[in-house]
Write a protein that binds this ligand. Structure first.
Ligand code: 26M
Length: 819
């Protein structure tokens, strides 16, 4: 199907340049051309978007509202062209004008309205929902500033604001006609009617207007375009400002400030809660607006609110939007006039909750004082939910005060958001098999005992459209050549690649594709880091947020160890290796930032040491983000997934590497476990303690890293190099905190709490196996191809179909278009 007629496309681009900038093609710069091309593509999307909306109107399908504080979308232009099946056509049309599509794509800012895994998962889910033909709205916040840009200065991370909207964003549509009011603060007063009735009146509040911006989510080759709603905040206009009325004026200024602050910036923490009041404001703001919009849509077709669960489901992406439970109750009780039981019955059939972490520092607990002051009426409702929940616990476990303490929603001066989500949600899911088991047997055991039927697993997935079709066109074509195009919407079809794994000619072709992708990345590294890397070396990659549990420190300590080995034994068996890192650290996370500095200092020393003859290179890629991730995955030989077992709920980067034919070096954690099951022990490198062993050590408090340090001379030497100036000649003390974190208990944190030293030897052993295995090119190629062939399960299409079958029960839609 020809989406664009080339001639027409070119003439539309020229028209758009004229209309947007009053310029001809020769006069326009690349950014202007990007805007004009994107506008042309958006116009094409518009017809499908309209047709999709008309289908919604006609068929009234059940709709999921995916509620998330984060959507880490990445660039839209290339992805939209892929899903419109127009990428090659447009690329050629532009070439005829002397333009390079990849240069134009590079003009687009990465919309980075998310931190990492959780936000990127939401983006993959939207892509799959549209591609599978389900009615879906993503609901989030239009942050003025997304995830910060990372600069590396003297080896340290510097955060730079991400002003992604500065040139205007072509793939969004402002919809002021669908605005809603959201109220904060004030007090609640009971008001009695003459008939003896009573209602609660919220007064003296501040309010803002929530203005939606719609972004199109283009399904693959099916005319379906779903919508990501991001909410902007605007002050309500205050009329008749009497110049003598100081109170009114101050009120108006306060509301302006509130609106501006609300959506100013994404909190750049990943798996860590800071408990900031503004964060709670953000949560309530987008949740309230989204629920209002969902109810308004529902009411266009229905007049009995009791039917809501048949048409609407709210999926809460972690606890961040959990205030939705109380907000929906508030609207049903206060505005729809329902009784409590009626409202509770509806609410608990409409909301479902996904848990993404067991890290205790990531559990959201709000001080009651803040919650009550900010959301007085919502708090009353939470209080009543809690009161009734405690009665339910009492009925189930009579006299068991301990259960009540552990499970209460309000306890110890705090609102526990996970408990609220589980008490109200009809579904509670983890994001990988192991993670869900840990939830059921450890972290949420009390809740599982009480509500076993709510718990279920939904192993994460990724979209092959972005992470293979767009990221790696060479491999995508190779796959298509062998199995046809079906994999683009049905990834299980890559299983048909398995026979080719044994074929020497295909092995060679595969390795040549990998080599070309490594050259592409090597150029990027040369341009951005000034470092020459050898495309014939093993590209060993760890890219993900920087967090102690993800153990980038284990990786770099091992690099130091290899360096020591090679220095003392220059002729040892060693295949050239390029260690590639990319990671942002939360701005206030000291050990994470210090680890970045350590990686950069180690790189500086090793990359310039002539003794090792360029056999090891260390590269820290600045500003790791969705757009450069696509190139990095395509070029990787080894994928480092080395979290302390039990800590990484799923991981999704692991799947993107596998899709691109990298071999995983990992622990039995998160979805690595299922990748191992799919690909088989011969094609993956597993090391380290099991989740069970880790949890046992945590419970028995019997781990002693000092013993390892004292008994293993290689480890001893590496740790000492943290404090002897080997990698910080000017300041021996620079890395003292990292050294201490491994060897001594400090401030409630126990020594080496992520078991780096415990796993070091088995990690080094697997790394040694990789070294030998890579020398056997055929064996390596075979394993790499088998990784691609067995990745089928890890498509987000599979994940979304499971959500639909087990939780959401959506209707499939078909969008017809006469063209
Ligand atoms: C909370 C409060 C205040 C500020 C920020 C937060 C916060 C933001 C993001 C907390 C956690 C956040 O993300 C957690 C996350 O990304 N979890 C990851 O989710 C992925 C998708 O399920 C999993 O694959 C990863 O294993 C998991 O770490």
């Amino acid at each position: 199907s020809n989406v664009f007629n080339k001639k027409e496309f070119v003439s539309n681009v020229k028209d758009n340049l004229k209309n947007l900038y009053r310029k001809t093609l020769d006069e326009a710069n690349q950014q202007e051309i990007f805007q004009a091309v994107s506008t042309t593509v958006k116009d094409e999307i518009m017809d499908r978007w309209l047709a999709t909306q008309q289908t919604f109107e006609k068929d009234d399908p059940k709709t999921v509202y995916y509620m998330s504080m984060e959507f880490l979308m990445g660039r839209a232009l290339g992805n939209n062209l892929i899903n419109l099946c127009a990428y090659k056509e447009v690329k050629e049309a532009l070439e005829e004008l002397g333009l390079d599509l990849s240069v134009i794509e590079d003009q687009e800012p990465d919309p980075a309205l998310g931190n990492g895994g959780l936000g990127r998962l939401a983006a993959c889910f939207m892509d799959s929902l549209a591609t599978l033909g389900y009615a879906a709205y993503g609901c989030g916040i239009r942050y003025r500033y997304g995830m910060f840009k990372q600069k590396i200065s003297d080896g340290f991370q510097v955060e730079v604001p991400d002003n992604w909207l500065k040139d205007g964003y072509p793939f969004e549509l402002r919809r002021p006609e669908y605005c809603y009011e959201v109220r904060f603060g004030g007090n609640v007063r009971p008001e009695y009617g003459e008939d003896g009735s009573m209602k609660f009146v919220h007064e003296n509040y501040q309010s803002v207007l929530a203005i939606p911006y719609d972004m199109p989510i283009v399904g693959y080759d099916n005319n379906v375009v779903d919508t990501l709603i991001t909410w902007d905040a605007q002050a309500k206009e205050v009329f008749e400002l009497d110049s003598f009325d100081k109170g009114n004026y101050e009120q108006a200024v306060a509301q302006e400030n509130l609106a501006r602050n609300l959506v100013e910036v994404l909190y750049p923490n990943d798996n860590h809660v800071a408990g900031k009041e503004l964060r709670l404001k953000q949560q309530y703001f987008f949740v309230s607006a989204s629920i209002q919009r969902a109810l308004a849509r529902f009411k266009k077709h229905h007049d009995d609110i009791h039917d809501l669960p048949e048409k609407v489901v709210f999926q809460m992406n972690d606890t961040h939007p959990t205030v939705a439970v109380a907000e929906l109750m508030r609207i049903l009780v206060d505005e729809e006039g329902l009784g409590w039981d009626d409202a509770w019955n509806i609410t608990t059939h409409c909301v479902a909750y996904t848990n993404h972490t067991i890290m205790s520092e990531a559990l959201e607990k709000w001080p009651i004082e803040i919650f009550q002051r900010l959301l007085p009426r919502v708090y009353q409702i939470v209080d009543e939910i809690n009161r009734r929940f405690l009665i339910e616990i009492e009925n189930r476990y009579p006299g068991n005060e301990y259960k009540k303490q552990k499970m209460a929603i309000l306890w110890d001066g705090q609102v526990k958001m996970a408990h609220l989500a589980i008490a109200a949600g009809f579904s509670v899911n983890g994001v990988a098999k192991l993670h869900t088991e840990i939830l059921m047997n450890q972290e949420l055991k009390d809740f599982y005992d009480m509500y076993p039927q709510k718990f279920n697993n939904k192993t994460n997935g990724i979209t092959q459209r972005r992470f293979l079709a767009h990221a790696n066109p060479l491999l995508a074509d190779w796959v298509t050549k062998h199995v046809g195009k079906g994999w683009i919407t049905d990834l299980s079809q890559v299983a048909k690649l398995a026979p080719y794994a044994e074929d020497p000619k295909e092995q060679q072709e595969f390795m040549e594709i990998k080599r070309k992708n490594k050259i592409r990345l090597a150029k990027y590294i040369k341009e951005h880091n000034g470092i020459e890397v050898n495309p014939d070396s093993i590209f060993d990659v760890q890219v993900k947020r920087l967090h102690e549990y993800k153990r980038q420190l284990l990786n770099i300590l091992h690099v130091m160890y290899l360096y020591n080995q090679l220095k003392s034994n220059p002729n040892m068996d060693f295949y050239p290796r390029t260690f590639i890192f990319g990671a942002k650290a939360a701005a206030g996370y000291r050990n994470a930032k210090l680890t970045i500095k350590l990686i950069n200092n180690v790189a500086e020393v090793i990359n310039h040491d002539p003794d090792i003859q360029g056999k090891i290179k260390v590269v820290f890629i600045e500003d790791y983000r969705v757009s450069n991730a696509e190139w990095i995955f395509a070029a990787a030989d080894v994928s480092e997934q080395i979290s302390t077992a039990s800590k990484e709920a799923s991981g999704t980067g692991n799947m993107k590497f596998m899709l691109n034919g990298a071999l995983t070096l990992g622990t039995m954690d998160g979805a690595n476990v299922e990748m191992y099951d799919e690909v088989g022990a011969d094609n993956i490198f597993i090391f380290g303690m099991s989740a069970e062993e880790v949890i046992a050590h945590e419970q028995h408090k019997d781990y002693n890293p000092m013993e390892i340090y004292n008994n293993d001379p290689d480890i001893h030497k590496v740790l000492n190099q943290l404090i002897d100036g080997t990698f910080s000649a000017n300041d021996k003390e620079l890395f003292r905190d990292l050294y201490n974190s491994l060897l001594s208990n400090q401030g409630g944190k126990i020594a080496d709490r992520y078991f780096i030293l415990a796993d070091f030897r088995s990690y080094a052993n697997e790394q040694q196996k990789i070294n030998s295995y890579y020398r056997n090119r055929k064996a390596w190629a075979k394993s790499a191809i088998l990784n691609v062939a067995h990745v089928g399960k890890f498509s987000s299409d599979r994940t979304i179909q499971e959500y639909v079958d087990d939780i959401w029960h959506l209707d499939k839609i078909t969008v017809k278009m006469d063209r």
